[in-house]
Structures are given as C-alpha cells and as structure tokens.
Design a protein around this ligand. Structure first.
Ligand code: GTQ
Ligand code: FE2
Length: 328
C-alpha cells in the first residue's frame, strides 16, 4: 500500500503539557535541547563583525633562536614537522592565528627530511632564509629560495628535504582552522615516508619566485592600491580558500586606513615599519608575522621601503557574498 503524498499529514496533538508559566516553558524546551530565540544569553545576530580575534605580532628575531634550539633537541625523525604555530591571544584560543588561518615558522636542518604526507587543508610557504632545501609536491621537486612563495593545495603529497649547508627557515600558512570548523579533515602519512617517482621542477603554477614578484611590483609601482603603494596578486586566487598579495610600501608614506571582513595575516618580506590596527601600533621588520583579524581598521607606515605578503581568506568570503570592505 503506498502513501498518498499529496494528502495532508495527520494533525499533531498540541494539547499542552501543563505549561502555565514562563519558567515551565523554559524548562520544557531546555529538556528537548532547545533554546528560545528571545531567551539566549548571547544574541545569535549582531550588527557587524564581533572582533573576537586580536591584532598581534610575532617577531622572527624572537622565534629563530627558539626554532634553532628545537633543531638541537628534536629531529625530523621524531617530529613530523619542526614547526611553531602562532596562536592568536584571543580568550581561550590555542590554535588559529586569525579565525580561518594558522601561520607557523618551520626549520629543516642540513641532511634532514620532513617526510611526505597529505591533508585536505591547503598550505603555502614563504621562504625566509637558507639555500639548498627542496619541497617535493606531488612528485615535483621544487627548490625553496628566500622570497619565494610555494603552494601545497588540498590533498597534494608533500615532503621537505635539506640537501644544502644552511638551516632553512620558512613560514607556513594553512586553512586548518577553517577545515576544523567545517569538518572535512583528512590526513594521511605517505606509506613509504617519501614519494617514489620524483622529478626536478621549477614548480610551475605552484611557485611564485621572488625575482618575478619584484619585477611585477616595479611594473605597478605608483598606482593606487587599497592598503599598499603597489600590489600584485599571486595566483587568482592562489588557493581555493586563500588569496595572496605581495605588497610594496614606500618609506614614510602611510597607506589609507581600511577594514575588511576578510581575515588577514601579513608576513614581512623586506623592510621595517608599523601597522596601526584598531588603535594599537605594531612595529615590524624582516620575517615578522602580523595578525589583522576581520573588520579591524588598519594602515601601514613603512620606515624603510618594505614588501609584505598579505595572506587572507578573501576567496571564502567572496564565495558566499560576505566580502565587504570600507574606508575608515
Ligand atoms: O610542512 O607539511 O606548519 O602539514 C603545519 C602542518 C607545516 C607541512 C605546518 C603541515 C606543515
Ligand atoms: Fe603538511
């Protein structure tokens, strides 16, 4: 016998359990794991982004000696990665740098290999110091040189090997906090530890070389950009969830104050300066990391000509029509 789907379903009995007061009402729905929209402690909707994450800075000069010490105390045989993640000082937070992005410093010593693995989180690296280190992404062996930005998209195998004389220091940026929020986390260590068939490669579309970035920045210098004096995008976007811009700041000339719903992490590639974020002045120099969370008004003032890498979740915001910006 088949049900007539066009017929009305039977009425559900609304004869009230004995609920005669607001107190009883609250008890009744709380017992069902429900909350009244008019009754919640914290509203579900508010006028504009809540600014839960805080502006903050990590100084490379503080980090490098600690990462160097880690190099003596923990090998890549023990640590899957020798990295130090930067957690935002927001109340109770122990992982993200800004809401959707985690940034980290990583170091690989001469002779070491950080073994191959893959994960659904998207990643990218900005190389700070050291020659002779290669990252192997899906069988392509790509040299990591200072100033380069190298992508490791969703589910790409990747390992890092240092065959040179220098300790190699770089910064990682991943969308892991976004993956945590949405739950599609998968992670797999390579069964053999390393990929088998590896070929040397210039990195193709996964590599943005410093020399190219410099040339591109020279070509647009003097044009008007939101938060820089010259800006070029790396990729379009670089990763599905992450947009990258290399930005040039001229000494002594503040950028326009602006704010955006995108969450931003800046990395200092060259120069020195200050970023004023929502009332706090954050000084920076080579290798530093600056968290500029959503909707915080900010501007940069370089004290010497500078280049910043801007890492943001703008593609995520744009995908859902949540990308907004304003001068402020
Ligand atoms: O180099 O593969 O900082 O998987 C965090 C997670 C680096 C990496 C990080 C990672 C990596
Ligand atoms: Fe990884």
């Amino acid at each position: 016998m088949s049900t007539d789907l066009l017929a009305q379903p039977p009425l559900v009995d609304a004869n009230p359990a004995a609920i005669g007061s607001l107190d009883e009402l609250y008890k009744a729905f709380t017992a069902l794991n429900m909350e009244g929209g008019w009754h919640r402690i914290k509203p579900a909707l508010w006028r504009e982004p809540a600014k839960n994450f805080l502006p903050f800075r990590w100084k490379y000069s503080d980090v490098k000696p600690i990462l160097a010490a880690a190099g003596h105390l923990i090998g890549t045989d023990k640590a899957e990665r020798r990295n130090l993640t930067m957690f935002n000082p927001a109340e109770g937070n122990i992982y993200p740098t800004v809401n959707t992005i985690v940034a980290a410093y990583q170091m690989v010593k001469p002779g070491e290999i950080a073994r191959s693995h893959r994960h659904t989180a998207n990643a990218l690296r900005l190389i700070l110091e050291g020659r002779g280190t290669y990252t192997v992404v899906n069988g392509q062996r790509v040299e990591m040189r200072p100033g380069d930005v190298l992508l490791t998209p969703n589910w790409a195998w990747h390992s890092h090997e240092n065959v040179g004389q220098d300790e190699c220091y770089w910064m990682d940026f991943l969308d892991v906090p976004l993956v945590h929020l949405l739950e599609p986390m998968f992670y797999e260590p390579h069964a053999e530890g390393l990929e088998k068939d590896v070929v040397d490669s210039d990195g193709g579309p996964l590599a943005f070389r410093w020399e190219d970035t410099v040339k591109r920045l020279e070509a647009v210098h003097g044009q008007d950009f939101d938060d820089a004096h010259a800006s070029v995008q790396l990729g379009d976007p670089a990763l599905k969830t992450i947009r990258l811009d290399m930005q040039r700041l001229d000494a002594g000339k503040p950028t326009r104050t602006c704010r955006t719903t995108a969450n931003i992490v800046y990395a200092v590639v060259r120069g020195k300066g200050t970023t004023e974020v929502d009332g706090s002045a954050i000084g920076w120099s080579f290798g530093d990391t600056i968290a500029v969370p959503a909707w915080r008004p900010y501007r940069h003032v370089a004290v010497e000509d500078a280049v910043l890498l801007k890492v943001s979740d703008a593609p995520v915001m744009a995908a859902f029509d949540w990308l907004r910006a304003s001068a402020r």
